[in-house]
Write a protein that binds this ligand. Structure first.
Ligand SMILES: [Cu+2]
Length: 473
């Protein structure tokens, strides 16, 4: 198999950089070392370089979006991993940090990568204030290793370490999460990805392999800790506990075969939509989909507790959106009980209200897109530790997104699969453009559209130094 592409990207120096920047091993005593693998901790929400296997069977590693893979210790042919369940601080996007629970310093926890047929031993240490356990979602394993607190094992008490051991029997994509006080622990961010690579590396081979989990939080504006009783009305919809514009782009070289593996551990389904390409669902957490049973899609719905692997050839250059198609899932925290006021001028009302209620946010009179500009202009100051409802800037202006949204960047040449190559340069003649002369618009359209009939609104509202008199009509 061809590792040259990866080894070129991932040198020994990269490993030390990784050690310096993101992943740090805590010092443990020699006695402890003998019993337990060292604890490796993720210290940043940045996507980390590929973890190239230096022991055990070879495989093509995955890129965990805004995450990392957990190094292991080989002990008499058994791969030993050490997961530590603990409270963590996770940056959801620049400007907002959340108090979550996770594993090894981050939420989600690190990705576990093993190879079909590997004997795996997982040490799970509980540093939470309550009991926990880990369920290895989707795996074939002895019943007593299934991690269901009360049913297949006693709960792991705070301060205690449990050992799970089984053979990674089936290649595929899996997840791990607690099976003790699940409602609290998953609402707090406890989950991680697991990949069992095929023993035959020629099977299911791709050039770029990405993974992330869908998760969600309900964190009141101005606060830091999720509300764990929320059943449906979450206000932060995340890929690997990140919201746009904090989610890393997925970077591919033109004509790379790309796989994106997505698991859903929220409380609702997410139709994940990719622009500019058709893909096939090639795998679920139940295994690989036979070739004859695949069909082309541009959106695939991922239900709760499901995982989908999609594959496509990245043959279209550009910056392509990859997002949940539920429009409320591409926004950050807002009040959902705002009335629809499209067509109503209420800029002045909004200003009056925000003097009394700093968090007050009314829906724009023309739609919600003004929110991005308004947040930038700061007429309504956001509470601390709160992200704008919609934000992100592209090369042409505001993107007006939040939540479950990121970008697939396809380029002729890329340095690495996790270094942002910047904005796409559109070839001449391939970019949508503004019609220069308004007179060219058909007469009937002018009469039919109230927006065209009132150009004064359009001109006045877009100005950053807004003249509120201009809003009256
Ligand atoms: Cu969604």
């Amino acid at each position: 198999m061809d590792f040259s592409k990866f080894t070129k990207e991932f040198t020994r120096r990269d490993f030390f950089r990784l050690a310096a920047a993101g992943i740090a091993a805590s010092t443990v005593s020699k006695v402890a070392m003998a019993r337990l693998p060292e604890i490796v901790v993720g210290e940043t929400a940045d996507t980390q370089p590929l973890l190239i296997p230096n022991t055990g069977r070879p495989y093509l590693p995955v890129t965990t979006l805004n995450g990392w893979s957990l190094p292991w210790r080989m002990n008499n042919n058994v791969k030993e991993f050490h997961l530590v369940a603990e409270p963590v601080k996770r940056e959801l996007a620049p400007g907002m940090v959340a108090n979550l629970w996770g594993y090894n310093g981050q939420s989600p926890g690190p990705t576990i990568e093993v190879v079909e047929g590997d004997r795996v031993r997982l040490f799970v240490t509980n540093r939470l204030p309550e009991v926990t356990s880990i369920h290895w979602h989707g795996q074939r394993l002895p019943n007593g290793m299934d991690g269901v607190s009360g049913l297949t094992q006693a709960p792991i008490e705070p301060g205690k370490t449990y050992v799970y051991e089984f053979e990674a029997k089936r290649a595929g994509t899996f997840m791990y999460h607690p099976h003790a006080d699940e409602m609290t622990q998953m609402a707090m961010g406890m989950m991680g990805s697991w990949i069992t690579h095929p023993k035959n590396p020629k099977l299911h081979q791709v050039d770029r392999d990405f993974i992330f989990l869908l998760n969600s939080y309900d964190i009141d504006p101005g606060s830091y800790t999720p509300k764990v009783n929320t059943m449906l009305d979450f206000n932060l919809w995340t890929f690997n506990s990140r919201v746009f514009p904090g989610i890393a782009p997925l970077v591919a070289k033109k004509n790379d075969k790309v796989r994106i593996r997505v698991g859903n551990l929220t409380m609702t389904n997410h139709p994940i939509h990719l622009h500019g390409h058709e893909f096939e669902v090639t795998g679920t957490d139940g295994g690989w989909v036979p070739k004859s049973a695949r069909w082309p899609e541009v959106t695939t719905d991922i239900a709760v507790g499901q995982m989908r692997a999609i594959e496509f050839v990245a043959d279209a250059l550009g910056d392509w959106s990859l997002h949940c198609h539920k429009s409320h899932h591409t926004m950050n925290a807002m009040g959902h009980n705002v009335p629809t006021l499209i067509g109503v001028s209420q800029q002045d009302i909004s200003k009056q209200f925000s003097k009394l209620v700093p968090e007050y946010m009314s829906m724009g009179g023309r739609g919600m897109a003004d929110m991005t500009e308004m947040a930038e202009m700061m007429p309504m100051p956001l509470p601390e530790n709160t992200l704008p409802m919609m934000s992100g800037r592209g090369q042409f202006g505001n993107i007006d997104m939040g939540g479950m949204f990121t970008v697939l960047k396809v380029r002729d040449n890329i340095a690495s699969n996790n270094v942002d190559p910047g904005h796409y340069k559109h070839p001449k003649g391939s970019l949508a453009y503004e019609l220069a002369d308004d007179a060219a618009a058909p007469e009937v359209a002018k009469q039919a559209s109230p927006v065209v009939a009132k150009p004064a609104i359009e001109l006045n509202v877009r100005k950053p130094q807004m003249d509120h008199k201009g809003m009256e009509h």
